[in-house]
Design a binder for this molecule. Structure first.
Ligand code: BTN
Length: 179
């Protein structure tokens, strides 16, 4: 598939949306050096609305700008140090999340709300948070079991984000005929 002007615009708008979601303040957790953020809702939406290819491009663009030092993460942070912080694993997982969500929804031709929710939840909550927790264990020299258990604190909020993405994502995708 060739990228057309419409594709470029959609990709850029998605990147902008992820940046905007970063302006919502983080909720710090005393017992875990990773905050609750809203920005990962944008990562889920990228996969649902734009599909595997364009969703991944939009998130890659976002992460590249962060890597280059632009303060687009929640709390207006950025730079290489963000990837080498306790949150690094989540940021790395953000890269493959839209690909997996988009590919699974497309490949299995999933249109039903509950199945969409299952895919988004498995990839955007279970896998993403699991990957982040394993990275966090290595980073903090804690046990993987301990960080996995601590990560459960993200599940209620991230499940709510998955619900929102499952509800509005397919509607926006249908209205825009994004893929
Ligand atoms: C950053 O801004 O440095 C990245 C923060 C990553 C936070 C992760 S994303 C998945 C999980 N859910 C949350 O609300 N927070 C963590």
């Amino acid at each position: 598939m060739q990228l057309k002007i419409k594709d470029l615009a959609e990709t850029a708008i998605m990147t902008a949306l992820i940046i905007i979601l970063g302006f919502f303040p983080p909720i710090p957790l005393g017992f875990l050096p990773v905050p609750i953020v809203i920005q990962n809702l944008g990562i889920m939406l990228a996969g649902v609305i734009l599909g595997a290819k364009k969703g991944t491009i939009s998130v890659t663009l976002f992460l590249l700008m962060v890597l280059l030092g632009m303060p687009f993460l929640t709390g207006q942070t950025g730079g290489l140090s963000a990837f080498c912080s306790p949150s690094g694993g989540y940021l790395i997982a953000w890269l493959f999340t839209p690909f997996l969500i988009g590919w699974l929804l497309d490949h299995f031709k999933i249109h039903h709300f509950s199945m969409t929710l299952v895919i988004i939840w498995l990839v955007g909550v279970f896998l993403l948070d699991g990957f982040g927790a394993v990275f966090l264990a290595f980073y903090t020299h804690a046990s993987i079991k301990a960080t996995l258990i601590a990560n459960l604190v993200f599940f209620p909020g991230d499940t709510l984000k998955a619900l929102i993405a499952s509800f509005i994502g397919p509607k926006i995708r249908k209205a825009l005929h994004t893929y």
